[in-house]
Every structure is written in structure tokens, then in C-alpha cells.
Design a binder for this molecule. Structure first.
Ligand SMILES: C[S@@+](CC[C@H](N)C(=O)[O-])C[C@H]1O[C@@H](n2cnc3c(N)ncnc32)[C@H](O)[C@@H]1O
Length: 221
């Protein structure tokens, strides 16, 4: 999909609602403090990178992506203070513990060898890693995720809660939170209104899972 087309979706009524709900969940799990630094892995057109940067006064925010077209778009539509870097998530060109926060939004689900990508995110993170994933136990999976996926979901890997949590197994990290949003993915006015109630009735059935884990600090003297 062309970056212009991808980013334009966030300006539609449905896209703005979904993007806003996802951002709020990610932000609550990141719990950033002013001045913290953040890396957005698989940043695409930079929609979330720009929102994170707006919330991190004086922080150093960088987006990384493997697709040069996505990066060109992101760079051309973002404030100069945000850096954009061409990088493969499985081999990030940053030193250990370069960023306080590392976030990756619906990118890991398109990356082969997700364990390696996650290890790299952990390597460059000082405090917390937050992943945005697609929930296999959701209405969105039923409508867009089956048989290889439709449209922008083609080729995506969908996770269950348990699988999302298991991603951190064997890594020096401790669980810091999990949430889901977008129970009714159609985005119509009535479903948007019902969303908070549905989230209480059907906890864990939102199409977007965000899971957070903290980097275990080295206890050696
Ligand atoms: C569905 S898009 C998500 C973009 C953005 N995070 C968002 O939520 O709007 C997935 C992104 O992951 C990027 N990507 C896929 N494989 C990658 C890899 N190995 N390393 C870095 N980025 C990758 C793609 O180029 C694409 O921009």
C-alpha cells in the first residue's frame, strides 16, 4: 500500500477513531514522563511517532522502518525534531539502552522472526517496551484476518493474549500491563458510543492488543 493511501486512512472518521483509541491505550501503558526518549519501531508513515513526540516535551523521538517510501512520507510530514532512520527491526542500528521507551505498533505482526526483533527492542530499551498487536480473538479477525487476511491485514500474524504475553518469555523483562480496544471495528457512531460498555462486558475482545514489559535492571554491583 502506498504511504499516502495508508496515512489518509487515519484521516477518515473510522481511522481517526481507531487511531485515537489505540494511541490512548499505548500512551497509558508507556506512561511517558517529560524528557524521556522514545523509539518507534516499524513507524510506517509516522502517525503514532508524531503523537508520541507531541506528548514527550523535549524528548528525543525516533521512528525506524525498513520501507524507504514510508520513511520519506514520515519525514516529510513530521516536525524536524523527530528523527527517521532506515532500519530492520531485527538488527537495530542503535547502541544498547539508547532509548527510555521502545514502542512498536502493528509492525511485529508483519516481521518474520518476531523473537529476534523483540530482543533487539529490548537491547536498545532502558525502561519499557510496548507492543501493539492484532487480536486473533476479535471481531476484526473474523472479518479481515482469516485465510491470509484482507487489504492492509494481508500477511499479518494475529496473536491471542496468551501468545502476546509469551513473546516476553525467556527475556529479562517483567510484565507491566496489557489492554485491548476496538471491540466493534466498524466504527459507526453507535458502536463508538457502545465501545466503553462493550469493553467492560467483553474484556480482552478488542481487535488491538497492547502489551507492556519493563526491562529488568542489571543488579550486579
Ligand atoms: C502495518 S504498518 C504499521 C505502521 C505504523 N506503526 C502504524 O501503526 O501506523 C507495518 C510497518 O512495519 C514495517 N516493517 C515491516 N517489516 C519490518 C522490519 N523487518 N523492520 C522494520 N520495519 C518493518 C513496514 O514497512 C510498515 O511500515
Amino acid at each position: 500500500m502506498k504511504p499516502e493511501q495508508y496515512d489518509a486512512w487515519y484521516a477518515t472518521q473510522r481511522g481517526a477513531w481507531i487511531g485515537g483509541e489505540e494511541y490512548r491505550l499505548l500512551d497509558s501503558l508507556l506512561a511517558p514522563t517529560p524528557g524521556e526518549t522514545l523509539l518507534d519501531v516499524g513507524c510506517g508513515t509516522g502517525y503514532f511517532t508524531r503523537r508520541f513526540a507531541a506528548n514527550l516535551a523535549n524528548g528525543n523521538v525516533v521512528g525506524a522502518d525498513i520501507d524507504p517510501d514510508m520513511l520519506r512520507f514520515a519525514d516529510g510530514h513530521s516536525d524536524r525534531s523527530i528523527g527517521f532512520v532506515a532500519a530492520d527491526a531485527r538488527q537495530l542500528p542503535f547502541r544498547d539502552k539508547s532509548f527510555d521507551l521502545v514502542v512498536s505498533v502493528t509492525a511485529l505482526c508483519f516481521i518474520q522472526n518476531e523473537k529476534q526483533a523483540l530482543s533487539e527492542m529490548l537491547r536498545v530499551a532502558r525502561r519499557r517496551v510496548v507492543l501493539g498487536l492484532l487480536n486473533r480473538h476479535s471481531l476484526l479477525h473474523f472479518s479481515k484476518g482469516r485465510n491470509g487476511g484482507l487489504g492492509a491485514y494481508r500477511g499479518a500474524r494475529w496473536h491471542t493474549h496468551a501468545e502476546a504475553l509469551r513473546l516476553f518469555n525467556g527475556l529479562p523483562m517483567c510484565h507491566a500491563g496489557l489492554g485491548t480496544v476496538i471491540v466493534m471495528p466498524g466504527g459507526k457512531r453507535w458502536s463508538r458510543r457502545l465501545e466503553p460498555t462493550l469493553r467492560r462486558w467483553l474484556p480482552g475482545c478488542g481487535a488491538f492488543i497492547a502489551v507492556a514489559a519493563d526491562v529488568l535492571q542489571d543488579q550486579r554491583p
